[in-house]
Design a protein around this ligand. Sequence first.
Ligand code: ATP
Length: 241
Amino acid sequence: MAEEAIVSAQGLRHRYRGVLALDGIAIRIAPGSFTAVLGPNGAGKSTLAQVLGGVLAPTEGSIRWSGVPARARSLVPYGICLVPEGRRLFGELSIAENLVVAGYGAGLRGEALHIRVAHVAQTLPESLRDSMQARLAMSLSGGERQLVALSRALMCDPRLVILDEPSMGLAPLMVDKVYDTLTELQAKGVAVVVVEQIATHAVDHADQLFLLSRGRVVYSGAPTEQTVADAIKSSYVGAAS
Ligand code: ATP
């Protein structure tokens, strides 16, 4: 029998007033997989990330987390964490304090909280780890923010992290760092979903690809050379690829 999916959804539709953002999406995220959801502006990627991450209820369709049709707003008990577009750290708090707040939200207290912060800090580059008590999130570069936002998501000890446009606005070297961290996570058994407009890194790392266009899946499967080339050609994945 196939391993139970962390998330599986059928017939997802989402409408914002007059706009049909998702139009009948089926998706399955297996434990330890690396999925890239790609598409141009307005394809519905962020909407899908929010639905899969449990922060937006779809207008129609069924969605199950670890086989359970969850109603809870927080998916922390299911081991699912969303890193939203724009990172949304608390700017006036230090890096360490951002981690503590996330751990608190995940129900950790006292010694368990401190142990998790120390553990998660290991995923940060040394320069950030050494300054995590003193540096405020507002002083970080875009890439550093992305790395801290990812480590914050790890405070809930996730089985799945969903990242909305993790490479947006980052210098190529920083994108490499973010994807290296994601690969290390996958090696530890964490499933990863990245939603990206720029395909290059996502395609190199993913074992499953979903191409979206106008709220529909126009390709799903392995990122073969041909599908990637076709996608780039038909500009589903953006000119920068
Ligand atoms: P982008 O990369 O530009 O964020 P996307 O692929 O992530 O694009 P979504 O942000 O999911 O796409 O948007 C899908 C469609 O839904 C677009 O037509 C968008 O204008 C619309 N939309 C998204 N959010 C809202 C909202 N809060 N209210 C109304 N329409 C929305």
